[in-house]
Design a binder for this molecule. Structure first.
Ligand code: TRP
Length: 333
């Protein structure tokens, strides 16, 4: 389906992913990327500095995210894996795109609007703490996408609007010069991927403090798994698996067959919550065992990961250079 396409996605280096990110976003994006002719995956470090100013912290986050993607199955030899900041043409293209970006697009952008709403709710001035990087974020993101002649951007629902903005900006440039200077990207949301609930049943999210971490010590993972909320029904009482949070998490991770075993055990009153938690812990640990080895390896040999990032930038950069050249030739005559 994607054999002649370029799939691109960017990831902000913002804190360690949890199993919700890992199974719900990272792995599916890589799997989809591997069906494409060219798969670009980059670390969005220019996006990160909008809210992360300490270099040590930024570098730590970049390192972790790079190692996590390598562990999750990224193929650095064939994929295009790079740091945004290693491709300066992206920033030049951004400047060009500004000239075609209606200010109203930025006003309407979710990320900015969410900040404004938060400020107003706290009785602060609307733009309190809003820097221009955050405000113009969708234009830089458009450039990330358009620079690379991207066909498809796999996204979570929160990013759909950004891809639409990229499309609209590209359309405006093309329409103005009446030629296809920029490829119009499309987004794909992975519908088949379930949203993993957290240990309290709400969506797994750091802000809810309900996450099961990944690539941590077994003890830490165990503590999180066992904190999953359950009711006080005794073992023998038949339970509807749909009401059991442990099962809801489990079915996103374990094989269909194993998930059915748990469901059946619950329905028949043969499985208590202690058992189901042990099964969930087992599944989490098993599913990430090999990946954790890869993660630990690159954390200890980060220079190798950096080598991949540099090679990736060298492969990806010519695309951005060509896009920029095309734009400049047309714009400046
Ligand atoms: N905005 C994305 C996020 O917050 C990260 C991102 C930056 C991105 N540039 C991109 C995603 C380009 C897809 C394509 O997760």
């Amino acid at each position: 389906m994607y054999a002649d396409k370029c799939i691109l996605t960017g990831v902000k280096p913002t804190g360690k992913p949890h199993i919700g990110n890992y199974f719900g976003a990272i792995k599916p994006a890589i799997e989809m990327g591997h069906q494409a002719q060219r798969f670009n995956l980059f670390i969005a470090d220019y996006h990160a500095i909008n809210f992360m100013k300490a270099p040590e912290l930024l570098q730590k986050e970049i390192k972790e995210i790079a190692c996590i993607y390598l562990a999750a199955g990224l193929k650095p030899e064939t994929d295009y894996f790079y740091r945004q900041s290693d491709i300066p043409e992206i920033n030049e293209i951004t400047t060009i795109l500004y000239a075609f970006t209606p200010k109203g697009f930025m006003n309407k952008s979710h990320a900015y609007k969410a900040c404004v709403e938060r400020n107003l709710a706290e009785n602060k001035p609307a733009d309190d703490g809003v820097n221009m990087g955050l405000y113009t974020y969708p234009t830089l993101m458009a450039s990330d996408i358009l620079a690379m002649d991207t066909d498809i951007v796999p996204v979570g629902k929160d990013q759909i609007q950004h891809v639409e903005i990229a499309r609209d900006i590209a359309g405006a440039v093309n329409a103005y010069y009446d030629k296809e200077l920029l490829k119009l990207p499309e987004y794909v949301t992975a519908d088949n991927v379930a949203v993993l609930p957290g240990t309290d049943g709400r969506k797994m999210s750091k802000s809810y403090n309900n996450v099961i971490p990944i690539f941590e010590d077994e003890k830490v993972i165990k503590k999180a798994v066992y904190s999953t909320v359950t009711d006080s029904k005794p073992i023998e009482e038949p339970k509807n698996p749909d009401d059991v949070i442990v099962y809801q998490i489990y079915k996103c991770i374990a094989s269909a067959q194993k998930a059915e075993e748990m469901a059946q055990g619950l329905r028949e009153g043969k499985l208590g919550y202690g058992h189901t938690k042990a099964m969930l812990l087992d599944a989490v640990l098993n599913e990430v065992r090999e990946a954790k080895e890869v993660y630990d390896y690159y954390m200890a040999h980060y220079d190798e990961a950096c080598g991949f990032l540099e090679e990736g930038a060298a492969k990806a950069r010519p695309y951005a250079q060509k896009t920029l050249q095309r734009l400049k030739e047309t714009l400046f005559g």
